[in-house]
Design a protein around this ligand. Structure first.
Ligand code: ADP
Ligand code: MG
Length: 611
């Protein structure tokens, strides 16, 4: 039989390769923009027609190409970026495979105009379905201008599979965001069907994030920073209360290249556990700086997945860097985000407060007693988690929240009068079904889940207490003997020291049993045995996939176990105390397990309801 193997013609081979590299208009945008970055451009414009199906044009002011290079650039495996195998381990450019232009040229019509800085004339090449149609010299601006027209015109099946313009455009925007975030020093412009979609000036990372995602991001970013021999991390994470229910604003970059990394994603999101609901995703923009030989970018043709040699170590580092950043960021309660700048209760004296515009029951003032010693109010920089002082220490914050005006620096006397003014005009609290509390805030009506609020308050308090080893035993009990099954007994043995740090007084009493002599302060509970059992149950059921510190887990389990009994009638002053304590928590809108604690019903919504 005759030989039947033959080499495929270049055009066919390129078309096959294009199937991998060029999947949609956004892939063209990505490849061209990355080439512009590699060419040293500091200004890149992207012009799109019909979501890229008709035209993708990328214009840069980079170094341009000579006539020979312009012609060679469309050959497969033609690249100026690496020359030998070893170079693969020290890649600093976006591209290196030399397949993008050959692939695009196989499935579209390209007009390339390019001129090198020191040349008078440039080059124009037209290539369509891998065939060179025009090659000529011409006068053109410095840099490179690619026009890619009629993508997939010669592969109708591929063209048919493109999604709606809206979807394709979204992919394009995503690609540009990634490069733009990796290179805030480069000016970017994106125009779609003659509308400007992005117009980004050069700046730093933060300015770039704000440029892309809007002003609201400005007050939402927490710094992340870590320097080790292995890796340097820089970037920002979003505040827990600004989390989103969808993935989207999550970006990792390694050596200025966007990457997807589900494992590292988990390192970040698990650092947020207990701070955000389970189904929400934190925002982050994290930049890794690492020796190129510690990563392998060669893993995937579209190059967004990157393999690290030391992933587990980096996971740990990343996780703790994010956790530390969240910890340092002493969350200022922020219910009315539009007034963020007024919420920083630590930054100097605040004066000229306007009293809240609410009705007051003049017959009742639960703080009659305390009010006499007004000096308590001035200690605004006491630790916010200090349970007993929270009602007073956060008064500034509450004044700000209720105030329609931005406080300005003014005299101190005024402040004192204003403060007592506020203390007189307490807002009112109402209870529904022994479970919910309603009160007024500036923007409308606030609904609070009482048990969940209690859970959050206890959780934060327990965490602090355990760290300081000073839980207060409140109730001396008639000793209660608790018999447990062997598993629970073993677990209690493990936890006993921590439980006693929390204010329990538990000791071992023979076979599988304990004696409880005392309980922590601030938990109201009828049956300590049930509490212990529930605590163990919560502890066991919440191992999850996230490895939390032992003490955090205990605090979590304890808070949950004791708070679920917190359904009862509350006196107005109790409601008020709960409210202030909640607002003094680091996180006040979610329980440690991520359930909503408060909901604000705006005046607009109220109006709508009564229409
Ligand atoms: P790669 O980027 O992997 O090298 P490409 O097919 O994307 O492969 O590009 C081939 C070559 O064309 C590049 O190596 C570069 O030398 C040249 N090139 C492409 N785009 C530009 C540009 N905008 N400015 C200057 N040179 C470019
Ligand atoms: Mg390239």
């Amino acid at each position: 039989m005759a030989d039947c193997i033959h080499l495929l013609p270049d055009a066919v081979a390129n078309q096959i390769a294009a199937g991998e590299v060029i999947q949609r208009p956004a892939s063209v945008v990505k490849e061209l923009v990355e080439n512009s970055v590699d060419a040293g451009a500091d200004k890149i414009s992207v012009i799109i027609k019909d979501a890229g199906k008709t035209l993708v044009q990328v214009i840069d002011n980079g170094k341009g190409m000579s006539e020979t290079d312009a012609r060679l650039a469309f050959e497969r495996h033609a690249t100026s970026k690496i020359t030998k195998a070893e170079d693969l381990f020290s890649i600093k450019t976006k591209g290196f495979r030399g397949e993008a232009l050959a692939s695009i040229a196989a499935v579209a019509t390209i007009d390339l105009k390019t001129r090198q800085t020191d040349k008078e004339l440039g080059t124009h090449i037209r290539i369509s379905a891998s065939e060179i149609e025009v090659q000529e010299s011409l006068a053109c601006p410095e840099g490179t201008n690619f026009m890619v027209k009629n993508l997939f015109f010669n592969i109708p099946a591929r063209r048919k599979f493109l999604k709606t313009d809206q979807t394709e455009l979204k992919h394009i925007i995503n690609e540009i965001q990634r490069v733009a975030l990796a290179h805030p020093e480069i000016k970017f412009k994106l125009v779609h069907n003659n509308h400007d979609l992005l117009n980004l000036n050069s700046g730093n990372v933060k300015q770039r994030i704000v440029g892309i995602f809007g002003r609201s991001m400005e007050n939402n970013l927490i710094d992340v920073k870590l320097d080790t021999n292995l890796v340097k991390l820089r970037g920002y994470i979003g505040k827990p209360e600004k989390v989103r229910k969808t993935t989207g604003e999550q970006f990792f970059f390694v050596n200025r290249r966007y990457m997807r990394h589900p494992y590292f994603f988990k390192a970040v999101s698990s650092a947020y556990s207990r701070l955000i609901p389970d189904n929400a995703y934190p925002q982050f923009f994290i930049y890794f700086d690492i020796e190129p030989d510690k990563i392998d970018v060669n893993i995937h043709p579209t190059k967004t997945e990157i393999k690290f040699t030391d992933e587990r170590t980096i996971y740990q580092m990343l996780h703790s860097a994010v956790k530390e950043a969240l910890g340092k960021f002493n969350l200022v309660p922020s219910l009315d985000f539009d007034k963020d700048e007024t919420l920083n209760i630590y930054s100097g004296p605040r004066t000229n407060f306007k009293a809240p515009d609410i009705e007051v029951n003049t017959d009742f003032n639960p703080f009659e007693e305390e009010k006499k010693s007004t000096n308590v109010y001035s200690g605004s920089n006491k630790p916010r988690t200090n349970f007993n002082n929270t009602q007073k220490s956060d008064l500034n914050y509450w004044q700000n929240l209720y105030s329609e005006e931005t406080p300005t620096n003014s005299d101190n006397e005024n402040r004192q009068t204003q403060i007592s003014g506020i203390a007189d005009e307490q807002n009112q609290f109402f209870q529904i079904k022994q479970r919910y509390i309603i009160t007024t805030v500036k923007s409308g009506m606030m609904l609070i889940d009482q048990a969940r609020a209690h859970e959050r308050i206890l959780y934060e308090k327990f965490v602090v207490q355990m760290a300081q080893r000073k839980g207060v035993v409140q109730k001396e009990l008639y000793p209660i003997n608790v018999q447990l099954n062997p598993e629970d007994f073993a677990l209690t043995m493990e936890l006993i020291e921590h439980l006693n740090n929390l204010g329990f007084d538990i000791s071992v009493f023979g076979d599988n049993s304990f004696v409880i002599n005392g309980l922590p302060a601030d938990i109201s509970i009828e049956n300590p045995k049930t509490l212990l059992e529930e605590l163990l149950e919560n502890y066991k059921s919440h191992t999850g996939d996230v490895k939390l510190e032992l003490e955090e887990r205990i605090a979590f389990a304890m808070a949950k176990a004791s708070a679920q009994h917190f359904i009862r009638k509350l006196q107005p002053e109790e409601m008020q105390a709960l409210f202030y304590q909640l607002m003094a928590c680091k996180i006040h809108n979610y329980t440690p397990s991520g359930k909503n604690i408060i909901s604000i019903i705006s005046v607009d919504e109220l109006e709508k309801r009564l229409k």
